[in-house]
Design a binder for this molecule. Sequence first.
Ligand SMILES: [Zn+2]
Ligand SMILES: [Zn+2]
Ligand SMILES: [Zn+2]
Ligand SMILES: [Zn+2]
Length: 160
Amino acid sequence: MRPHTQRPFLSAGIQMLSVQPDTKPKGCAGCNRKIKDRYLLKALDKYWHEDCLKCACCDCRLGEVGSTLYTKANLILCRRDYLRLFGVTGNCAACSKLIPAFEMVMRAKDNVYHLDCFACQLCNQRFCVGDKFFLKNNMILCQTDYEEGLMKEGYAPQVR
Ligand SMILES: [Zn+2]
Ligand SMILES: [Zn+2]
Ligand SMILES: [Zn+2]
Ligand SMILES: [Zn+2]
């Protein structure tokens, strides 16, 4: 049996194979037509036209050098879209659950928060745009609670 001549791996999970002239053309998993090109892509145990293996979101060709194939929920995605849809932003600093990348978040310094979690962690007051909030020991505080905390610790300027 003749070994496949193949170009090196383009990216994880995608192989480019040269089509042997004496073999039956393979069907493309993307468009279901026969692949009569000189090269075909093999990914996910299926064969594809070079043009048919595309990201379901942005249509970029995944056979291009440097791109990586990601699959999830029957979608074939490029790395960027995969991370955008299924990656995570980080852990919410308030409830410490993961925040998926597509969710809106509030950021304060290096912390990220669910929108719902972004509230004063002492009195649960939500903040509106323009409201002041304070970060203390990694807790979000409203101005009132922040100042009260300072008073208790005796950092506030003493009023005589
Ligand atoms: Zn095709
Ligand atoms: Zn994409
Ligand atoms: Zn949260
Ligand atoms: Zn508060």
